[in-house]
Design a protein around this ligand. Structure first.
Ligand SMILES: C[S@@+](CC[C@H](N)C(=O)[O-])C[C@H]1O[C@@H](n2cnc3c(N)ncnc32)[C@H](O)[C@@H]1O
Length: 286
């Protein structure tokens, strides 16, 4: 993808200039009599510090020359709807989640030939093959919003890096949550946190440029590299969990915490949880 920074700037400018109005047909799976659906509908339609990123993703897809977009983590489907609405004729979107809960995604999105839904763990590249598609290659935009921890983000970067195009945009949600910001701080490429525009919890954008000495590898070599890295991540996880009861307890606690976070979000609403996170992060930094 050639115009990474221009696309970032354009999406941000257009969001500030008025954003996106989604057609009713794309939002019709929200039951406006239900408080939770109403809240999620509001994030898509009104944006703001909790949901500005949905409209930003629409504007990004529409104003980039990306051909292949990959989304990691799509529960409920709001960000998928965002990307879909901006998707151009020649663009493809591959979207992955472990869970089949894309409750807000209307049928027209599932039926659209430009989009493939993959169900499986995004760190297991065989999930693509099981779905009957190739492993995404030369990814122009990698958008990740899965488990909110450093280890997950670090592993995703490790596995997907060989699959990125020579120039690509990596978009990372919630970089101010838990320890996610640690890895973001280490990434050695041009990057910005668009928290003020897109999401108060932190919204990282990274302009990835493959170093010169790593260029020129064949598709097969890069796919093999990614597969090896995926296997390595799984082996490391397995070893940690199989041989260390402490690691197993930690992992279970992490997943419980992640599930709790979602439940609290359902009860209190995203803006309240985002504000709590903001205070916790400020205290942590002191
Ligand atoms: C915060 S939600 C995604 C929200 C969505 N991006 C949005 O903004 O509308 C996180 C999702 O990531 C999924 N997830 C977590 N770990 C994953 C993994 N390793 N592979 C694929 N999906 C994963 C969870 O099942 C959950 O649905």
């Amino acid at each position: 993808m050639k115009n990474v920074r221009r696309a970032i700037g354009e999406a941000s400018r257009l969001l500030r200039a008025g954003g996106v109005t989604y057609p009713k047909r794309l939002l019709r799976k929200h039951d406006l009599k239900d408080a939770f659906d109403r809240e999620n509908y509001g994030y898509l339609t009104e944006g703001g510090v909790a949901g500005g990123y949905f409209q930003w993703l629409t504007l990004l897809a529409a104003n980039s020359d990306a051909r292949l977009i990959v989304e990691l983590g799509n529960r409920y489907g709001s960000s998928t709807i965002g990307l879909y609405h901006g998707l151009q004729k020649g663009q493809r979107l591959v979207t992955v989640d472990t869970d089949k809960d894309q409750r807000y995604v209307p049928k027209e999105v599932f039926d659209d030939k430009r989009i493939t839904f993959v169900f499986g763990d995004c760190l297991d590249l065989k999930a693509y093959l099981r779905t009957g598609i190739e492993i995404p290659f030369d990814i122009d935009i990698l958008w990740t919003d899965t488990v909110h921890y450093d280890e997950q983000l670090r592993s995703e970067w490790y596995v997907y890096e060989p699959l990125l195009a020579d120039e690509a945009l990596v978009v990372i949600d919630d970089i101010r949550v838990n320890d996610k910001g640690k890895f973001f701080a280490e990434i050695p490429f041009w990057k910005r946190d668009l928290a003020a525009t897109c999401h108060g919890n932190g919204f990282g954008v990274v302009h990835y440029v493959r170093p010169k000495h790593e260029r020129g590898k064949s598709k097969e070599e890069r796919l093999q590299e990614a597969m090896l890295r995926s296997a390595e991540v799984w082996k490391r996880r397995f070893d940690e969990l199989a041989y260390s009861p402490a690691a197993l307890t930690r992992r279970a606690a992490t997943l419980r915490k992640e599930a709790r976070r979602e439940n609290v979000k359902k009860i209190l609403g995203k803006p309240v949880v985002d504000s709590i996170n903001k205070v916790r992060n400020a205290l942590r930094r002191r």
